[in-house]
Design a binder for this molecule. Structure first.
Ligand SMILES: [Zn+2]
Length: 404
């Protein structure tokens, strides 16, 4: 299991001048170019061939490329190297199973670059509401000081979203949150009908767009199709679509932060399914180990998993509750009755309802799965290094889990 980058992000709206914006876009272009080269190198790799170049080798290649290409040499070497480093991290996340494999970056769609080795004084406050950050080859760029900037910023990332908004995100390692010390263990299931179901019976919904907003988002593409490409109207509609999508993303990101903080504070041990999101998304049919999870609404499920930002939630939990997040083999969690332990493929009455035909237990299907994950606590805890966490106090009659 690879833990993602230990970074807690605080994002601020960046307000570059038009000249600065052009320079920032140049950095974005360099980062994108370098990233896409790395994607291409790895795309050509096949089992049996010499392994695709790693970070160090790619850095050497970058040095050669800079020597030969004026355009690249004109840019910041930090920005370009960090794009390679980001790519290496993306590959590590992919192999760790928390993320999909890195893909091509396209111009105009969520672009950005990272700046590292930030010195004290490179980020400063100039008035109550305004701060500025020193960007290599660009100079001091202003941002809205909407909340405290974490101390000891070592790096930051500058992004431009599809709606054309610039943001700067300062990276700081989030403080691990203290465990409550109650010995309470919670099972967490990636829900289909809800974003996350807890073994306590709670169901957490990631916010999306409001009804009127979704309706608008459904209408806009038709409007876009009617507008002449390159026209003023076309641009305006495109911008409106991007803005709505950005709003949806903001709300989800906010939800992930709040939910992970709350779970890390409330429970000593948090158990989640061992899931390879990339694989799940590609094959909704499931595997032998996780049969038929979501067979019923493939397309919908694929969208839901991605939309719910499950991978991000787990990643954040690992950062905020280090050593307190356990992975559980997902075999049969959705088909097993959490009350009597019987595995019954037909118990899943619908996407939302689980009804056991043996003992009569009925409940939300995602909560039932979360309870199974929680019941696997003994296995997950004993498999872990470090101090043992006491098991849950209230338990249903314990079936022998994970034995099938
Ligand atoms: Zn039962």
């Amino acid at each position: 299991m690879t833990v993602g980058k230990l970074i807690g992000v605080s994002r601020y709206r960046l307000h570059p001048t038009p000249a600065q914006e052009a320079a920032l876009l140049e950095h974005c272009a360099h980062a994108r170019f370098v990233w896409n080269l790395a994607v291409e190198q790895h795309a050509h790799w096949r089992p049996g061939r010499k392994s695709a170049p790693g970070f160090a080798e790619q850095c050497r290649q970058l040095t050669h490329a800079r020597a030969e290409c004026d355009w690249l040499r004109g840019g910041s070497v930090t920005v370009q190297q960090q794009a390679l480093k980001d790519f290496a991290q993306a590959m590590a996340n992919f192999f760790g199973g928390t993320h999909r494999s890195p893909t091509w970056r396209k111009r105009g769609r969520s672009e950005g670059f990272r700046v590292v080795a930030v010195k004290a004084g490179d980020v400063r406050r100039i008035s109550r509401r305004v701060g500025e950050a020193k960007v290599p080859k660009v100079g001091w760029v202003r941002f809205r000081w909407s909340r405290c900037v974490p101390e000891g910023v070592k790096s930051y990332r500058i992004n431009r979203d599809a709606a054309g908004r610039w943001h700067v995100a300062f990276a700081a390692v989030p403080e691990p949150l203290p465990a409550p010390g109650t010995g309470e263990v919670v099972g967490l299931d990636r829900g289909v009908t809800v974003s996350a179901a807890l073994s306590t019976g709670e169901m957490l919904m990631a916010p999306g767009l409001r009804k009127a907003e979704s309706a608008r988002l459904r209408r806009l593409p038709r409007k876009l199709a009617r507008a002449r490409r390159g026209s003023h109207r076309h641009g305006r509609v495109k911008h409106a679509i991007a803005k709505l999508k950005a709003r949806e993303g903001d709300r989800r990101a906010d939800w992930v932060e709040k939910t992970s903080t709350s779970l890390a504070r409330r429970f000593d041990m948090i158990l989640v399914e061992e899931l390879k999101i990339g694989n799940m998304v590609r094959s909704a049919k499931g595997t032998l180990a996780a049969p038929g999870r979501g067979v019923r609404q493939k397309a919908g499920l694929n969208r839901s998993i991605l939309a719910a930002g499950w991978g991000r939630l787990v990643e954040r939990l690992q950062q905020k509750a280090p050593g307190r997040v356990g992975r559980v083999n997902p075999a049969f969690t959705s088909q097993r009755c959490s009350a009597c332990g019987i595995v019954d493929a037909k118990a899943r009455e619908s996407q939302a309802v689980f009804r056991c035909r043996s003992c009569g237990y009925a409940g939300n299907a995602d909560v039932n799965a979360a309870r199974n994950i929680q019941l696997a606590a003994g296995h997950a805890v004993s498999a872990r290094e470090g101090p043992r966490v006491a098991g849950p106090v209230h338990r249903e009659p314990q079936p022998v889990l994970l034995s099938t």
